[in-house]
Design a protein around this ligand. Sequence first.
Ligand code: ADP
Length: 401
Amino acid sequence: MKPKHGKHILTINSGSSSLKTALFLMDKKETMELSARIERIGLSRGYFQIKDGKGRILAEEHPRLPDQDAALNKFLKWLQKRKTPLAAVGHRVVNGGLHYDQPELVTPRMEKTLSGLEPLDPNHLPQELKAVKTVRRFYPDLAQVACFDTAFHRHMPDVAQWYPLPRELWREGVRRYGFHGLSYEYLIHEMARVAGPQAARGRVIIAHLGNGASVAAIRGGKSMDTTMGFTPTGGLMMGTRSGDLDPGVVLYLLREKFMPLPAVSDLVNHRAGLLGVSGISPDLRDLMAQRAKNPRAAEAIELFCYQARKFLGALAGALGGLDTLVFTAGIGENMPWIRRRICQRLDFLGIHLDSALNERNAAVISRPGSQVTVRVMRTNEELMIARHTRRLLRHKIRNEG
Ligand code: ADP
């Protein structure tokens, strides 16, 4: 892997049935030149779309893509034809276990360590490691960087990481890791820029509410606690993930319903959450559209807002108070009704929304004089990956040359 001078950095973010990639020109303006979304991987009618930095569609198809590898192959073939000289590739890696508390260059040693971690996260790590190998096939000499979603939370206080289980399990890594770290890290940097370093160092709760959803408590710019746990299935209910369950529920499914392990995993990861409760859709926009006529849609929405409110209260307790609340991701950035519902009855914490500002998705949606400043911020995990990748590449170039 020879480090290359150059400014184009490709980011790769592979989800369970989707793949997002983006190409950044990492000059002072950090321009995103391309972005691709590949969805419904493994399903009959996939979706493959590439846009330029201005949002114009450059490619759109409905191919059948059996797996992540096929999806990435298809995109990289397309990219190679453009002949853009890449400086490096940055990957989002969901789980870095106990080993990684910051992004690092991919080395054979890291790949070995990460494959050893596969039992901790069989739903993500195998395909993320495969993505590294696929990129290497197309660009054998290119530096690759792994950016871990767990890294931001790695130094949470022990009390936030412990599960009340025997010590052997803690030692072998059964603990709360927390996820969405790249999003939280980006937003804390962004907060320092827009609201000043003092605000970013205060007591901050960020509610990352997308298909995957979690909430994090941050103080002094560092993670103090978060709702997701050992895996991204835990914490707040999500589009299709259950969030926290009494362990007895899983035992019941195994013992009384004789559900095989893959069926339990499928239930808690793909058939629960908003989809499970509503029986309609994992997408909150679909549920909002049916709320008035379908009580199940209304109940699923109510449960989501109630759980989010409860976790906000718990994390405010963990922080010993609150200065700023940030809403982000698809739901957090775009759905005023949901934000209002979540914040209802949180006035005792000093959270007072301004209805008009909230309706407009304004940058600050709290009333002037509200003890807690409530913000709506656009997250950008891809840019965070590109920044880390650029930094590590510079470091490597300095050291080697
Ligand atoms: P992911 O975790 O897949 O990145 P997103 O952050 O795109 O998810 O969030 C998807 C959720 O946000 C869905 O429930 C969707 O209904 C909701 N949503 C509401 N408005 C929008 C919007 N304008 N764009 C994207 N998602 C939106």
